[in-house]
Structures are given as C-alpha cells and as structure tokens.
Design a protein around this ligand. Sequence first.
Ligand code: PRP
Length: 194
Amino acid sequence: MSRGLGDVYKRQVQEDIDHELISKEEISDIINRAAAQASEDYRGKNPLLVCVLKGAVNTLAAFSQAMSIPVQMDFMSLSSYGSGTESSGKITVRQDLSTDVRGRHVLIVEDIIDSGITLAWLVDELKRRRAASVEIFALLEKPARRKVNVDVKYKGREIPDEFVVGFGLDYDEYYRNLDSIAVLKPSVYEGGQA
Ligand code: PRP
C-alpha cells in the first residue's frame, strides 16, 4: 500500500520539476571526494561535524558515512529573518549545539551557500566559542547571490541562480526527500509564499 502512495507522490513531484540539475550519482561523487579529502586532513583530530538544520541533513548523512575516520556530529538550527527570500543578516539560534566546541576541530556541513550570511555568522560564532579550527564543506554554492565572503575549504559544486530543491533543499518544506537536485517549475512557487 505504501509503495502505491510513493508512486503517486513521485508522479506529483515529477510534474513540479522543470529539470534535474545534479543526479544522485553526481551528488555521491561530490560528497565522496570531499569526505576522502577531509578524512585525510582530520586523521587523529576527532573532528566534530556540525550540521545546519534542516537542509543539510541529507548531506551530513552521506558525508559522515563516506568518512573513513571516527567523527562526532551535532546539529544546530539557525534562522535569518528578512523579507521574502532575502536574508536580513540577523541570525537567530533556534536550536543550539549540545556539544562544547572549545578546543574542537569543527567541520561545518552545509547544503547550500547563498548570500553567505548564515555561514559567515556561524564561523565567527564557533571561533568565539574557542573552537580549535573551523572549516566548511558546502555541497552547493550560488556565486551570483554571494553578499559576504566565506572561506570554503571543501567545495562541492557551483550552480546558477535558479530555484533548486531536493537532497535536503525545500520549497515550503517539501521536496527535501528527493534523491537528486532539481530545478522547480516557476509555476509552483509564483504567487506562493517563497
Ligand atoms: C538555507 C541553507 C543555508 C542558508 C544559506 O537554509 O540551508 O543554511 O539557507 O543561505 P545564506 O547563504 O543566504 O545565509 P534555510 O534558511 O532555507 O533553512 P532550511 O535549511 O531549514 O531549509
């Protein structure tokens, strides 16, 4: 019965998608490459992977599984209030880490860097909490939208300024469970609440 429901959902989603931008195989390649490099760099350092909820959950899961060294992970929920889709630059912590990062080597795992405001704030905050080091893996970057500079050590893929969903990325909280990254049809969000 649940398989039938899944098929209906998939058909509905396919109608909302304009085209696939990054296949699940390519996502896997990007993540595996970054995780292999990070595993070398952090060997013996017991890194703490910090996942920025909610969009980075899928990336964190795949990235951590692809790492070949012991890691710990923790989660943080941030929101940047603003009008419409533009970030205001004011970050609020909705849910904080449960780990004391003092003296820890922190690797932030993000799904996408847009303006850069969220990550610029988080890097500063983790340094303020006296992390021994703070680096970033970002699966996607939209260079056209960048407002503040963020130093990304483990780079994923640059994408054009299009409305993408899937692999954690949402529109109105849907599509996060797609296993690839796709461009949404404008008709889905035009006149909507994005
Ligand atoms: C997205 C994304 C980043 C942030 C990037 O999160 O996951 O955290 O926006 O934007 P920025 O570079 O302009 O700061 P979002 O606020 O959509 O929340 P979500 O992860 O729960 O979907």
